[in-house]
Ligand binder design. Sequence first.
Ligand code: ATP
Length: 133
Amino acid sequence: MSTIRVNVVTPDGKVYDGDVDMVVVRTIEGELGILPKHIPLVAPLTVGAVRLKKGNSEEQVAVSGGFVEVRPDQVTILAEAAELPSAIDADRARAAKERAESRLNSTKQDAVDFKRAELALKRAINRLDVTGK
Ligand code: ATP
């Protein structure tokens, strides 16, 4: 069975580089499953998990926005931030989640702060989901 090469890259460097059977990403239009020989495309990503399927196993990478570029033999994910579960500090994510929640619950704030807190909350929840905590 053929495989597809996946690279996950952030401004801090490479987070993942490997061959998988299938990769599932969360674009702004919904979930996209990519198999080898997929048609080329570029799509913006939302905060979410990238799922890397190989045989019966699946690895996840927490991705905080960015873009996916699909070519028939290669998928490149350019992310603002991305972490494998082993790199995620769950206490830090919990603290970020609490900070964002209290900002969202506060009455005095403008729309920009609200949007920012919402995104921070999504990143924190995504990181906790990926660690399974
Ligand atoms: P925080 O408020 O804790 O900084 P954040 O969501 O604002 O969280 P980002 O701006 O998304 O953080 O990421 C900044 C850098 O910190 C990135 O390199 C990202 O990979 C890393 N990072 C953020 N949160 C965590 C975490 N819980 N565990 C490990 N690395 C993290």
